[in-house]
Design a protein around this ligand. Structure first.
Ligand code: SF4
Ligand code: SF4
Length: 346
């Protein structure tokens, strides 16, 4: 691990060289109806990069685990896997999204390694950028603070007249060749640490309690069906809260045939546990069973997964406080701070 520095005036040239040398994906602005939001997209030129973004609509997990992905293609009796990794630099990721990727890394490795995910993941270089603007629903500073991000290759922090670039892997070091970097001074390293520490105090929302206290409280509320029913009374079961979440990883698998009825693909698509059919299974002969038929049951399940069930496996809660679910929910009932803070202590 080493600390480097690049002047503001040299940054654009660095990014231009990087874009020329590699496939670079970063946050870019998307404006519609006078509203500007941000998405991770391939950069064609350095001016597109918006490191002053607050949060992206979808998390960067889509680069490794796309919303729709072929896993097998078949033609008659022939079939082939579709592990097709593309090397890329994921540039300007906020640290909470790297924490979410760390969780996805664990989940896609346990028991049986998911090559469709891991091939993309291993082909990527991830550069964190410090959070320059805080989104209105963020609470990343008050959740899982005990779990630092691990899966990045470099961490870049904007200070007064340039950027401190902290490398933590050989892949991160390799990016230095594209720009005019010098060794960072102690004062610059300190300024970067202060910038990262200071921004946490600007989070507009806050979860009360430690991860362990929250896990205990949420789990203890499992039997409070009245409570979950009330929380979910305005839920449309649309699944948007799952779709935008960086730590959700459920998917559905279906086979699709071309018109020749011989060739096609086995495809996986993101799935959402808040939708009505998620836990519906066939019992054969047209009969079905739905394990979470009621909205309250589905709503509860999401919170149990995020705050309690996965904690042991992940070393902390399966929520990184990005606030995307709060912003995406039409009924404005998905906000983990509002729900968890209002669960009474057992
Ligand atoms: S909580 Fe909100 S976003 Fe989630 S399924 Fe219900 S209405 Fe949709
Ligand atoms: S549950 Fe909501 S706040 Fe937590 S990681 Fe998912 S989208 Fe972000």
């Amino acid at each position: 691990m080493s600390f480097h520095y690049i002047k503001e005036k040299d940054f654009k040239a660095f990014l231009s060289a990087l874009i020329k040398a590699k496939n670079v994906v970063g946050p870019v602005a998307k404006t519609s109806r006078q509203q500007t939001r941000f998405v991770f997209s391939r950069l064609e030129n350095p001016d597109e990069l918006r490191l002053d973004y607050d949060v992206t609509i979808l998390p960067p997990k889509k680069e490794f685990f796309p919303a729709k992905q072929d896993i097998i293609r078949f033609d008659g009796a022939t079939f082939n896997g579709c592990v097709e990794p593309a090397e890329k630099v994921l540039f300007g990721v906020h640290y909470y999204d790297v924490k979410a990727l760390d969780m996805t890394d664990i989940l896609f490795k346990e028991r049986h390694e998911d090559r469709n995910y891991w091939a993309h993941r291993e082909a990527a270089t991830i550069v964190i950028s410090n959070i320059q603007k805080v989104s209105p629903r963020a609470f990343w500073a008050s959740i899982g603070a005990e779990v630092p991000p691990r899966g990045h290759d470099a961490w870049m922090t904007r200070i007064a007249d340039g950027y401190v670039f902290e490398t933590r892997t050989a892949k991160g070091e390799a990016l230095l060749g594209c720009g005019k970097f010098s060794a960072a001074s102690d004062a610059q390293v300190k300024a970067a640490a202060q910038a990262n520490e200071k921004v946490g105090r600007q989070c507009p929302e806050q979860l009360k309690g430690t991860s362990a206290q929250i896990a205990k409280k949420v789990r203890a509320a499992f039997g409070r069906e009245d409570l979950w029913k009330k929380f979910a009374q305005d839920c449309f079961s649309c699944g948007s809260c799952n779709t935008v979440c960086p730590t959700c990883y459920c998917f559905d698998v279906q086979d699709w045939w071309h018109v020749d009825q011989k060739s096609g693909a086995r495809t996986r698509t993101w799935d959402s546990c808040l939708t009505e059919d998620f836990a519906k299974i066939s019992l054969g002969a047209g009969a079905t069973e739905n394990f979470r038929e009621e909205r309250g049951e589905r709503f509860r399940h999401r919170f149990m997964r995020k705050a309690a069930y996965l904690n042991e496996k992940l070393g902390g809660p399966a929520c990184v406080g990005c606030g995307r679910c709060s912003a995406a929910c039409t009924a404005d009932i998905a906000d983990p701070t509002a729900v968890i803070n209002s669960i009474p202590e057992a």
